[in-house]
Ligand binder design. Structure first.
Ligand SMILES: NC(=O)c1ccc[n+]([C@@H]2O[C@H](COP(=O)([O-])OP(=O)(O)OC[C@H]3O[C@@H](n4cnc5c(N)ncnc54)[C@H](O)[C@@H]3O)[C@@H](O)[C@H]2O)c1
Length: 270
């Protein structure tokens, strides 16, 4: 049997696991044999997700955490280490945009709330940095582990209106590259750090920007689809294969990269 993509028994800690993309990816990785530690703020959603995974024959544990609350993360880490003895993979998926940091079409940057800008940077950047400090220390001690951060199309091209989100995700990409070098040079090649940059997937964070209440596309939604050579948004399951590759030995010599999954949006010019 080909072992390159074998993730059986690997402990995968995923923040933002109860979100639209996170829950799809969690279910997929569990179906491939990973032990999923699904983390999120909403206990009801998290426990339902863990139950769905275990009912389907997989292994999962829900732990409540806020990625900006270090003590809550440390409590989760201690519980994971007590229960499983190690953390093999960290997927930093918690993140998203916020309406207050989005500039309406009839306003400019000067109308934007600096506090809301800061909140988006806190969630996406610090919400990646802090869990990495808490969960990757175990990897550093063992010289083995994989981290995947969630970037975005908006880090590759600064999309109009979402200035806070764009800035934060660009920082996540640079943090990814910094950490790839930091981990390899100080703790060995067994620790790899990469990012995934999804294009456009209809989820809670962008629903009001891309669709009207009746489900039809907004002008922005139409413009995005028109600029996507595949002519559509992505579906969450279309991220699973890339994540699987990044966390498995199939990508053993890959670190510091950003995997773009966007139906060719980024390379389309005219
Ligand atoms: N949907 C897209 O088109 C798209 C595109 C590019 C990147 N992304 C990124 O993908 C990731 C997943 O987003 P999604 O689209 O599934 O959105 P989503 O809103 O469904 O999920 C985001 C998750 O993050 C969690 N979260 C938010 N703040 C948190 C906090 N302080 N502590 C812990 N958890 C917190 C939410 O509860 C939710 O479970 C995000 O990082 C997002 O920025 C999404």
């Amino acid at each position: 049997m080909n072992k390159l993509f074998d993730i059986t028994g690997r402990t995968v800690v995923m923040t933002g696991a109860t979100g639209v993309l996170g829950s799809c990816i969690s279910k997929y990785l569990a179906s491939e044999g990973a032990i999923m530690i699904v983390m999120g703020r909403n206990r009801e959603h998290g426990e339902a997700l863990a139950k769905e995974i275990t009912d389907a024959g997989g292994q999962a544990l829900f732990l409540a955490c806020d990625v900006l609350d270090r003590p809550s993360l440390e409590k989760c880490r201690d519980e994971i280490l007590n229960r499983y003895g190690r953390i093999d993979v960290l997927i930093n998926a918690a993140g998203g945009n916020m309406p207050g940091a989005t500039i309406p079409t009839d306003k400019t940057f000067f109308d934007m709330s600096a506090d809301d800008f800061k909140k988006v940077v806190d969630l996406n950047l610090h919400g990646t940095v802090v869990p990495t400090q808490v969960f990757a220390e175990d990897m550093a001690k063992r010289g083995n582990g994989v981290i995947v951060n969630f970037s975005s199309e908006s880090a590759l091209r600064p999309l109009t209106r979402v200035v806070g989100y764009t800035s934060a995700k660009a920082a996540v990409q640079q943090f990814t590259k910094y950490m790839a070098v930091e981990m390899a040079t100080k703790f060995g090649e067994g620790i790899r750090v990469n990012a995934i940059a999804p294009g456009f997937f209809l989820t809670e964070q962008n629903r009001t920007l891309l669709t009207n209440p009746d489900g039809s596309l907004t002008a922005r939604g139409n413009a995005i689809v028109a600029h996507t050579p595949f002519g559509r948004f992505g579906t969450p399951d279309e991220l699973c294969g890339t994540i699987h590759y990044l966390i498995s030995d199939a990508s053993k010599f890959v670190s510091g990269t950003v995997a773009v999954v966007d139906g060719a949006f980024d390379c389309f010019c005219l």
